[in-house]
Design a protein around this ligand. Structure first.
Ligand code: NAI
Length: 354
């Protein structure tokens, strides 16, 4: 088990922000990315938390992110719009786009906003949760690197293309569900590699497209639920890529190939004001009732209780924000060091080795 240290959220935020500013990001942008990464780590989504700072710093320092992006907002209809991100740092552009979409949804009842040309935007839960805190239902999805074999195929085509959903409830934080459309994230393969542990044969395939249990042989991830996950990742690529006129499928840029190039990724927000369909208190009450009914279901053998989808992340968030966040010691050592980045990612192909 990797050694971890407990860090207070404010301290972690400062360390991340400082590192990204040293890499070349403007203070406001670094502040937004830091808030996002602290959120992800606090939710227990460590694959998308502080561990990413080294990679982001390398891409920023090498020119693969526009540090002074000209973000423009194009309203294309009463409930539609495109935010042109100019390949600014993903979290900053996506948050500006979300704010734009929230205003539009409140005004017109719904908003479908595409975010065009951004870099990696991180954990989608962050965005949908913020919209649900404004009493909106939110869905988001985005493109990611082509590292997944199509169902029945032996070459990578789609990305891990995640989908997130959030809805406001009567009490407590919104319900937030957020998942990649693969069986497992790439981070889990890296983890198994570092420990020299076998992986289940349902996670990934080798160069011949054959299931493998050896994490060192992995050359492609498998879609979740076979053809169903495959279909969902296609839907994500159509809605956040093709719809916005961006590269799609195997032509989506790779995170680790050339860090001097901009990524040109796409993301989509779909926001719905529940007040246009029902009254808000009834909606929120019904969500609360649904949660209560799920909690009342007797657990199956081997389970302590039924959690509503996404609840395990919320439980961690509440605990870690109050008590401190576990961060891998090697990540903390880097954040506290004078090293801006380790120059370890460029040209490693589709898959990072670290
Ligand atoms: P995961 O497999 O850890 O969890 C998926 C969902 O299942 C979460 O909402 C989680 O709360 C829920 N869940 C897990 N165990 C549960 C339980 N026992 N009961 C009820 N619900 C449970 O997530 P995954 O697929 O590894 O994705 C991690 C993150 O990676 C997400 O935040 C996603 O947005 C992000 N991501 C971002 C990408 C990008 O390019 N920006 C690409 C791929 C993923």
């Amino acid at each position: 088990m990797e050694e971890t240290m407990i860090v207070q959220p404010v301290r972690l935020h400062e360390l991340i922000q400082d590192k990204l500013i040293q890499a070349g990001l403007k203070e406001e942008h670094a502040d937004t990315v830091a808030e996002h990464l602290v959120f992800a780590d606090a939710c227990g989504i460590h694959s998308h938390g502080a561990v990413r700072v080294d990679y982001y710093a390398e891409r920023i320092a090498k020119g693969g992110v526009t540090t002074d992006p000209q973000i423009t907002f194009e309203r294309t209809g009463a409930s539609t719009g495109i935010v042109h991100g100019d390949n600014g740092v993903g979290q900053y552009v996506a948050l500006r786009a979300l704010e734009y979409a929230i205003d539009q949804a409140k005004e017109s009842g719904a908003a479908i906003v595409g975010v065009k040309r951004i870099s990696h935007c991180g954990a989608l839960s962050y965005y949908v949760k913020r919209a649900a805190e404004e009493n909106l239902i939110a869905i988001s999805m985005c493109q990611s690197d082509p590292m997944v074999v199509p169902f029945g195929g032996s070459e990578n085509y789609f990305g891990t293309n995640p989908i997130a959903f959030a809805a406001p409830r009567e009490y407590g934080a919104p319900v937030v569900f957020d998942m990649a459309t693969t069986v497992q994230a790439w981070g889990k393969i890296l983890d198994a590699r570092s420990k020299n542990q076998d992986i289940p044969d349902t996670w990934a395939v080798d160069v011949n497209g054959q299931p493998t249990t050896n994490p060192h042989e992995v050359n492609g991830l498998l879609p979740m639920a076979g053809p169903k996950g495959f279909g969902l990742m296609m839907m994500v690529d159509v809605l956040s890529g093709i719809l916005l006129g961006l590269p799609f499928g195997k032509n989506v840029s790779s995170m680790y190939n050339d860090l001097t190039e901009k990524r040109n990724l796409g993301q989509l927000f779909i926001l719905i004001d529940p007040r246009r369909f029902t009254d808000l208190p009834s909606f929120k009450h019904s969500i609360e009732t649904m949660i209560g009914e799920l909690h009342d279901i007797a657990p199956a053998a081997g389970f302590k209780q039924v959690y509503y989808p996404g609840e395990t992340n919320q439980v961690k968030y509440d605990q870690y924000m109050a008590e401190g966040i576990p961060v891998a010691k090697r990540v903390l050592d880097y954040l506290e060091s004078t090293t801006i980045h380790f120059d370890q990612y460029g040209e490693t192909g589709s898959f990072a080795t670290k």
